[in-house]
Write a protein that binds this ligand. Structure first.
Ligand code: UGA
Length: 456
């Protein structure tokens, strides 16, 4: 099938390559010539494991262009443009979705299907369906649940498909089944619903994930007050199949281009819909999350006193490992906060220095971890990249001026680091953690917990 994908960012670029992998002829369209040029050379324009390989393997079925007229020959058109937070409110800015559909209208014909993938305020699809219908084409909503860092697998082997269609629109369902033929054939759960529910599924999923993270971070605040250990608490909670261990990784909290702005937009939409109380709790979810960043700076001040002139190595800038995305990154926010409190911050990240520098040129960046660590008065693990989790406490101890580490992602082997002479401060972890009992729950690294499917 011939498919167009409008918008080639974190979502659209992977979706275009994924659809080619499924055997379709795909044209990816974006207004950014640099992005299009990179994709046309089969190079991922951002760090996403496996994407370059996917682009290369499917080169013959992929075309990238800035010319929307190239959508003319496609039968199914995916809308994958961004919906950032509005400049002056918490609501989502849907102007790029509106513009993409508007630009597509002259090329739509009866028999065509426009498929929304972007995360939008519920009600957007119904509005767009009216203009799409004026061309004789149809509109469906097919939310995307891919995670950055694992986007390729999430696209080719999703855990569910959600189709939102107008009542009785079997034609759109059949077209989507044709697009996802091999995925449907694997018995992947497939929910066919109305447009409103399909849009809501996405907002609700991200709101739930954010709430789960903030719940455990609220428990971290309690654990800090009482001297308990939030990681062991999460392990114990997670064994309850109704709760599950995934997304109970306490630490610096959530960031990125989705969860923070999506919970704000969802809450704003509830207000517009006349049910503001329904999502009032998301304001707390947001503030618990933001408080974790301040907590890191406070912990450092507790240990070091005023940060003025103190050298602090911040390990990690991306909002999560395996990504160069620093949008609303807790790690970058902490680096900036420490700098603002007078710290002499030296930050590093395996891939996110260019994106971080573009957002905050006033931080000192070092591409080499050893250079960032040298002579540090304190080390902060801000993003749980595998190489930071694997740091040797003895060798690392020889580089720094003072053995103080704030494990803001709760991923270090606390005993090993303490044995090497470090003061280790986690977030929500008892000050003197010791696992005396060999039968005690083994601490699962949080990234690994995230990878575990949640069998709820
Ligand atoms: C999120 C959702 O997980 C996807 O399903 C969704 O498709 C996507 O947003 C989107 O809307 O496009 P993503 O932003 O890539 O995906 O990242 P997540 O894996 O959800 O992580 C979000 C943040 O939560 C990261 O900063 C991560 O470090 C943090 N996190 C995650 C925790 O602090 N604790 C955890 O236990 C898990």
């Amino acid at each position: 099938m011939r498919i167009s994908v409008i918008g080639c960012g974190y979502l659209g670029a992977v979706h275009a390559a994924g659809m080619a992998e499924l055997g379709h002829d795909v044209v990816g369209i974006d207004v950014d010539p640099a992005k299009v040029a990179a994709l046309a050379r089969a190079e991922a324009p951002f760090h996403e494991p496996g994407l370059t390989e996917l682009l290369r393997a499917n080169r013959a079925r992929l075309l990238f262009t800035t010319d929307i007229a190239a959508a003319r020959d496609a039968r199914v058109h995916f809308i994958a443009v961004g919906t950032p937070q509005s400049a002056d409110s918490d609501a989502a800015d849907t102007r790029y979705v509106d513009a993409a559909v508007e630009a597509l209208l002259p090329y739509l014909r009866p028999g065509h299907l426009v498929v929304g993938k972007s995360t939008v305020p519920v009600g957007t699809a119904e509005r767009l369906a009216v203009s799409v219908a004026s061309t004789g084409a149809r509109l469906a909503w097919n939310p995307e649940f891919l995670r950055e860092g694992r986007a390729v697998a999430d696209t080719i082997t999703p855990d569910r498909l959600v189709y939102g269609v107008a009542e009785g629109d079997a034609v759109s369902v059949a077209a989507l089944d044709e697009v996802y033929e091999s995925i449907v054939a694997r018995q992947t759960p497939r929910i066919v619903t109305d447009l409103a529910t399909a849009q809501l599924v996405k907002s609700a999923a991200n709101a739930f994930l954010a709430t789960k993270i903030s719940f455990i971070n609220a428990m971290a605040e309690i654990a800090e007050a009482v001297g308990a250990d939030v990681v062991q608490l999460a392990d114990a909670l997670g064994h309850d199949a109704r709760i599950g261990r995934a997304f109970l990784g306490a630490g610096l909290g959530f960031g990125g281009g989705c969860l923070p702005k999506d919970i704000r937009a969802f809450r704003a939409r509830a207000g517009e819909l006349g049910v503001p109380d329904a999502l009032g709790f998301l304001a707390d979810v947001d503030s618990i999350n933001l408080r974790r960043r301040t907590r890191v700076a406070d912990v450092l001040e507790q240990e070091l006193g005023p940060l003025i002139g103190r050298r602090i190595a911040v390990l990690g800038l991306a909002f999560k490992p395996d990504s160069d995305d620093v949008r609303d990154s807790p790690a970058l926010a902490v680096a900036a906060m420490l700098r603002d409190r007078g710290g002499d911050v030296v930050a590093t990240d395996p891939v996110a220095i260019p994106t971080a520098r573009a957002r905050d040129p006033f931080i000192t960046y070092r591409s080499n971890t050893d250079d960032a660590l040298r002579d540090a008065d304190a080390v902060v693990i801000a993003t749980e990249w595998a190489q930071f989790r694997a740091l040797d406490p003895v060798a690392t101890g020889q580089m720094v001026a003072n053995r103080l580490v704030v494990d803001a992602r709760n991923v270090l082997d606390v005993d090993a680091w303490r044995s090497a002479g470090w003061i280790v401060r986690g977030l929500g972890r008892a000050h003197a953690l010791r696992v005396e009992d060999p039968r005690a729950v083994q601490h699962e690294p949080e990234g690994a917990a995230e990878r575990e499917p949640d069998h709820v």
